[in-house]
Structures are given as C-alpha cells and as structure tokens.
Ligand binder design. Structure first.
Ligand SMILES: Nc1ncnc2c1ncn2[C@@H]1O[C@H](COP(=O)(O)OP(=O)(O)OP(=O)(O)O)[C@@H](O)[C@H]1O
Ligand SMILES: [Mg+2]
Length: 242
C-alpha cells in the first residue's frame, strides 16, 4: 500500500516545473523533502492534491493502486489524501467548527453529531494548545502564521487521512508551538500512514524522524539519504548541487 508518484511532469502557467518526477511513499514511511526556494516542492504537493493551476501533463499518481489524477480534489481527499498548505487561505464567514464538521462529515460519508463533534473538537484543540474561542472564529482570518499552522494539524488529526502532504508545517512556529505541532504529527504517524514532510529545517526532523530525506533541485531529486543528510544541508546548504 503506497502513494506512488510515477514519472509525472507538472507545469504551472505553461512553465514546466517537474519533469519525469517519481517518488514512492509506502504506508508507515515518513519522507522529508528539502530543497531551495522555487525548486518545486509546493508544486509537487499542490499537483498531487489536485490544485487546478498545477497541471500534470504526464504520469500517474496511484493511491493504494488507484490512479487519482482523473479525480477532483474532494474525491482525492475522500480516498485519504490530505494537504497541509504552505499558505493556508483565509475564508471570512466560515467558522472553524462549521468547516471542520462539514469536512469530516463529507469525508466519512456520515453526518457528525454537532454536540459529539464539538466535544471531540475541543479535545483535539486542547491537545494542540489552541484556545477554545478559536472554534467560533472564521477560518484563518486574522490568524498569526503559527496559529494557521496549528489549525492545519488540527484538521489532520480530525480528518485522519491515509497519506499526508505537509508543506512547511514547521514554518513560523515558536519553539513551544513546534513541539506541540510535532506531537500532533507524531500521534497521527503510525504504520498505517504515509507522510511527505516538506521543510527547510532540520529542527522538525529531530522530533519527527524521517525514513528518507530527499533533496529537490530544479524539480529533480538529486540525492536521497537518511536524517544525516538534513544535518549536512543545514550546515553546508545546497551549493554542492548547484
Ligand atoms: N501559481 C503559480 N504561478 C506562477 N508560477 C508558479 C506558481 N506556482 C509556482 N510557480 C513557480 O514554480 C516554481 C516552483 O515553485 P514552488 O512554489 O513549487 O517552489 P518551492 O520549492 O515550494 O519553494 P519555497 O521553498 O519557496 O516554498 C517557482 O519558480 C514558482 O515561481
Ligand atoms: Mg513551497
């Protein structure tokens, strides 16, 4: 069982960003993806999730054997795919409670009972150190960078997908928030889940030990290693690849 990205070519606004890109994420594996700004990391995660601007011209993405490319974003999510966005959007008028209850109901194909759901939500929020007043706030509106990232992990916990693409979930977090968010990710991660963790920093990988670290340069994986590779990148940067 895996999320298998097979020879995909992705273009954005007519510009080719990834060519013949392949990566296989087995259940139970955590893959970290590092690379300089603009190397194509978010393009990869957006394209897999089904963002309409990111066109997969060739190749396949198989989720437990099923090609998800013909599917719409919500259909991919229903199969168990989750994207934590680098820049989560603000949606005025949509409360967090309504958003999450509707999303979980839709994903599970079963209406969530408002009272029970609220209880579960508050419990999850407490674990992530999110104050309960946030439940009534509009989605991401006026949230600090770190609060938005915590909310992404709250969604991850409640939606409980099979495969999670986490795009810079560690960015903008203070030291304590990073620990809390990592606890959330660790609780989610188990042998039934596959994770792609996009990051610029080794710090998060000290909490969440990846099985593999990949270096993406200009849309291509140029090296794959273990967590020591992330340590080396933090020390020496990407100059040896460029
Ligand atoms: N919606 C878009 N419209 C135009 N160009 C885009 C768009 N999205 C990505 N690109 C271009 O594709 C290239 C790869 O961008 P991408 O966001 O995937 O990089 P990244 O590796 O995630 O960088 P960062 O580390 O800064 O987040 C960049 O040159 C970027 O300008
Ligand atoms: Mg990015």
């Amino acid at each position: 069982m895996s999320l298998e990205i097979k020879n995909i070519t992705v273009s954005v606004e007519g510009k080719s960003i990834l060519e013949n890109f392949s990566l296989n994420i087995e259940k139970g594996e955590i893959h970290a993806l590092m690379g300089p700004n603009g190397s194509g990391k978010s393009t990869l995660s957006n394209a897999i999730a089904g963002h309409p601007k990111y066109k997969i011209e060739r190749g396949e993405v198989l989720l437990d054997g099923e090609n998800i490319l013909p599917l719409k974003v919500d259909e991919r999510a229903k199969l168990g795919l989750f994207l934590s966005m680098q820049y989560p959007p603000e949606i005025p008028g949509l409360s967090i409670t309504n958003f999450l209850r509707t999303s979980v109901s839709s994903l599970k194909g079963k209406k969530q009972h408002p009272i029970q759901f609220h209880k579960d939500l508050l419990l999850c929020m407490k674990e992530l150190g999110i104050e309960k007043q946030f439940a009534n706030r509009y989605l991401n509106v006026g949230f600090s960078g770190g609060e938005k990232k915590k909310l992404e992990i709250l969604q991850l916990s409640l939606m409980d997908p099979k495969y999670a693409l986490l795009d810079e979930t560690d960015s903008g977090l203070d030291v304590d928030a990073l620990k809390t968010v990592c606890e959330g990710i660790k609780q989610f991660a188990n042998k039934e889940k596959g994770i792609l963790l996009i990051t610029h920093y080794n710090r998060i990988l000290e909490y969440i030990q990846p099985n593999f670290v990949h270096i993406l340069i200009n849309g291509k994986i140029v090296e794959t290693g273990d967590k020591n590779l992330a340590v080396e990148i933090e020390k020496n940067g990407y100059k040896k690849y460029i």
